[in-house]
Design a protein around this ligand. Sequence first.
Ligand code: XIL
Length: 345
Amino acid sequence: MRKNRLRLVGVLAAVLVATGIGSPAQASHKQPTLADLAERHGRYFGSATDNPELTDTAYKALLGSEFDMITPGNGMKWYATEPQQGVFDWTNGDEIVDLARSKHQRVRAHTLVWHSQLPSWLTGREWTAGELRAVLKKHIQTEVRHYRGKVYSWDVVNEAFNEDGTYRETLWYKTLGPGYIADALRWAHQADPHAKLYVNDYNIEAVGPKSDAYYALAKELKAQRVPLDGIGLQAHLALQYGYPTTLEDNLRRFSRLGLDTALTEVDVRMILPATDEKLAQQADWYRDLTEACLAVRRCVGVTVWDYTDKYSWIPAFFPGEGAALPWDEQLLPKPAYFAIRDALK
Ligand code: XIL
């Protein structure tokens, strides 16, 4: 009898917490997070973050609660991790991985082979193919080994193609030829056989010459048994260029090759000032892209390229544009946030 009454009290307390009746702290836990909603579909909902903004406690609280996947925006790039040849610095990457782990979040690691944000010791001289191969292998294997068992996936190669689907003439391509992509994937796989290995790029959301190049590459790599697990579609979208309406079809064709896909760096920028109309259109786009991922079985999740306009990279890189993320500069949710929730419900 007494036992039953205790059980009843327990159930009542649970109901009060679940419905948000109780202390304000309990009430704020009532709403499922984007991560909770995504998990019901077997997906994740992630955000990029960067080391300087981790001193912002309100920012950090939302980052730690609303998402279940984290990407370091800069901390794992070559300039940060191997600033001098053979001298590795894990400070920034570790800070973000440790924070994510403390919040039971997984990590999409970013990025190993890219033409941008390279240290000057690497770009400031000529390399023979033999030398550069050794430098690349060492960088990849040292970094992947360091994070082995701690990250869900790696963006192994980033932005390898031009808009017309030809190979981008990077340091890597010019010195090593197109085989550097398969090599990089094999080296990364040796260093962490459990990490999901991705190639990642922008403007490949729609079917077109650039995404066709990835489709052809993926097919070829699969045929050669190269360890490629997924294609990352950055999805840096802009209202003035129109929505990529073939996104879902595009995700599906990669799935059919036996690959995962992910939207890895989502933002939807607009020409400033933001108006109610533009914010409503932005919300529609966030809803649509979330629904596209949910509609394709092997689309594993969505990551926004940071979650608040306060720390977006857009204003610095696209002058006159901004307001690209689901939370505003005051960390208040925008229509886009509610649209994502709708899509996930
Ligand atoms: C951006 C970062 O957000 C900025 O802080 C940095 O100054 C430049 O790079 N594609 C990518 C990301 O793969 O690494 C880029 O991140 C955005 C475009």
